[in-house]
Ligand binder design. Structure first.
Ligand code: FAD
Ligand code: UDP
Length: 400
C-alpha cells in the first residue's frame, strides 16, 4: 500500500515526492506517462554529447531564498544571467527594450533621461490596463509594440495581444537604463549538472518508486494508495466535463552545428518574419565547452502536448468550474502548471508544491522545507520501473 500516488514527475510531483518521503517517511509511487523524470525541465546529453533541454530553454530565476535553498539540497549551481536579442528591422537589439535598443534601432544617442521622455511621447493613455496590448502600448506606444510584441504574441498564442490578460506581456519589462538581463530576480543560476540530475537526487529515496511510460489511468485500479497528488491537466482529470481548457503547444526543432558558436546571444527572438518565435543555443545556458553546438527552434501550435495555460477571462471562467470539482476531492491534491491552470515559472511551482506539502502535514511552508533529511542518509538508488506494464505495476506495490 502506497501513502501517495503522484501523477507527473515534473517539479510539482517531484518536490512533493521528495518532501513526503524525506520529510514525512511516506511511501510514494510517482508515475509519468513520459519516458523520463523532470517534466518539461528534462535535459539530456544528445548524440553530439551536448547537454540540451528537450522541451525548450529552462532558465532558473527566483526572488525566493527559500525555494533556492530548498533546491540547493539537490544541486550545486552555476551562476548565469540570461540575455536575449530580438531580430527587428534587420538588426539584433536587446530585449527587453532598453536604452541601447532604442539608440540602435533609431540611430540615436539618447540618455536614460531622454529615453524616458521619448517613451512618454509615444505612450498611448489607457484608463485601465486590462490586456496584453494595453500593457505595452501604454508604456512605449504603438510602433514599438508592433515591432516587438504584436506579431510575436500572435504567433506564440494564436491570439491578438488585445485578447490576452495583461499578465502575459507584463512578464517582459521596458527599461530606460542599459540593463540587458532578461530577468532581474535576486537569484539567477542553472543547476550545475543539469535539471535531470537534480531531479534524480530529489527522488533518490527507497520509499519512492518511479514508473515511467505510465499513464496513471492504466494503473489506478491495480494499486492501492491512500491519497493522490495530480499534476496533469485538470480538464483531463475530470474527463472534460466542462469542455476542453485551451493549452498552447509548441513543436521543438533541435539542430546541431559543426561550429563552436551559432548565434551572438543565448536566445534570439524573431517577432516578425519567421514561423518560429525564438532560437536558443544551449551552451550559453549550461556553460559547456564543446567544438560543436546545439540549438532549438520553437514553433507554436494549437494541438500537441499542453505546455502553456492561456491566460484570458474565458479560460479562467472554465477553470473556475474545474476548480470547484477539484476542491471537492479531498482525496486528491491538484498541484502544478497544468493542474491549477497557471502560467507559472519553475520557482513558483516549487513554492506551490512546498505550500501543498505544508498544508498536507499541517506546517507553514518555511518549516516544511527545513525538515529535509540530510542527503547522505538516502543511499539507496531510486527504483526506476521503466516501460512497465499494468501487471508489473502490481509487483511495484507488492514490493513497497
Ligand atoms: P510539468 O513539468 O508539465 O509536469 C507534469 C508532468 O505530468 C509531465 O511530465 C506529464 O507527462 C505528466 N502527466 C500528465 N498527465 C499524466 C497522466 N495522465 N499520467 C501520468 N503522467 C502524466 N520556467 C522557468 O522558471 N524558466 C524558464 O526559462 C522556463 N522556460 C520554459 C520554456 C518552455 C518552452 C515551457 C513550455 C515552459 C517553461 N517554463 C520555464 C515553465 C516550466 O516548464 C514549468 O513551470 C514547470 O516545468 C511546471 O512543472 P509541473 O510539474 O507543474 O509540470
Ligand atoms: N513577448 C513578445 N515579444 C518578445 C518576448 C515576449 O511579444 O520578444 C511576449 C509574448 O506574448 C510572450 C510573453 O511576452 O509569450 C512572455 O514572454 P516570455 O519570454 O516570458 O515567454 P516564455 O519564456 O514563458 O515562453
Amino acid at each position: 500500500m502506497f501513502d501517495y500516488l503522484i501523477v507527473g514527475a515534473g517539479f510539482a510531483g517531484s518536490v512533493l515526492a521528495e518532501r513526503l518521503a524525506n520529510g514525512s517517511d511516506k511511501k510514494i509511487l510517482i508515475c509519468d506517462k513520459r519516458l523520463h523524470i523532470a517534466g518539461n525541465a528534462y535535459d539530456f546529453y544528445n548524440d553530439e554529447g551536448i547537454l540540451i533541454h528537450k522541451y525548450g530553454p529552462h532558465i532558473f530565476h527566483t526572488n525566493s531564498a527559500e525555494v533556492f535553498d530548498y533546491l540547493s539540497n539537490f544541486t550545486e549551481w552555476r551562476s548565469y544571467e540570461h540575455r536575449v536579442l530580438a531580430s527587428v528591422d534587420g538588426m539584433l537589439v536587446p530585449m527587453p527594450i532598453n536604452l541601447d535598443t532604442i539608440n540602435k534601432l533609431y540611430g540615436l544617442n539618447l540618455t536614460a533621461f531622454e529615453v524616458e521622455k521619448f517613451f512618454e511621447s509615444l505612450a498611448e493613455k489607457r484608463d485601465q490596463i486590462r490586456t496584453s496590448e494595453d500593457v505595452v502600448v501604454s508604456k512605449v506606444g504603438r510602433e514599438l509594440y508592433e515591432k516587438f510584441f504584436k506579431n510575436y504574441t500572435r504567433k506564440q498564442w494564436g491570439l491578438d495581444p488585445s485578447e490576452l490578460d495583461a499578465s502575459v506581456t507584463a512578464r517582459v519589462p521596458t527599461r530606460t537604463n542599459r540593463d540587458d538581463r532578461y530577468f532581474t530576480d535576486s537569484l539567477q543560476a542553472m543547476p550545475k549538472h543539469g535539471y535531470t540530475r537534480m531531479f534524480e537526487k530529489m527522488l533518490d529515496n527507497p520509499n519512492i518508486k518511479i514508473m515511467l511510460n505510465c499513464d496513471y489511468r492504466a494503473i489506478i485500479n491495480q494499486i492501492s494508495f491512500k491519497e493522490m497528488i495530480y499534476t496533469g491537466p485538470v480538464d483531463a482529470f475530470f474527463d472534460y466535463r466542462y469542455g476542453k481548457l485551451p493549452y498552447r503547444s509548441l513543436e521543438f526543432k533541435h539542430e546541431s552545428h559543426d561550429t563552436e558558436r551559432f548565434q551572438s546571444a543565448p536566445v534570439v527572438n524573431y517577432p516578425n518574419e519567421q514561423a518560429y518565435t525564438r532560437i536558443t543555443e544551449f551552451k550559453y545556458l549550461t556553460g559547456q565547452e564543446h567544438k560543436k553546438t546545439s540549438v532549438v527552434y520553437e514553433f507554436p501550435k494549437a494541438e500537441g502536448d499542453p505546455y502553456y495555460p492561456i491566460p484570458r477571462k474565458e479560460n479562467a471562467d472554465i477553470y473556475a468550474k474545474y476548480k470547484v470539482l477539484a476542491e471537492a476531492r479531498s482525496d486528491v491534491h491538484f498541484v502544478g502548471r497544468l493542474a491549477t491552470y497557471k502560467y507559472y515559472n519553475m520557482d513558483q511551482i516549487v513554492a506551490q508544491a512546498l505550500m501543498t506539502y505544508g498544508k498536507i502535514v499541517g506546517m507553514k511552508r518555511k518549516e516544511a522545507t527545513i525538515k529535509t533529511k540530510p542527503l547522505e542518509k538516502s543511499l539507496v538508488t531510486t527504483t526506476i520501473l521503466n516501460n512497465v506494464s499494468v501487471a508489473s505495476s502490481k509487483s511495484a506495490s507488492q514490493t513497497s
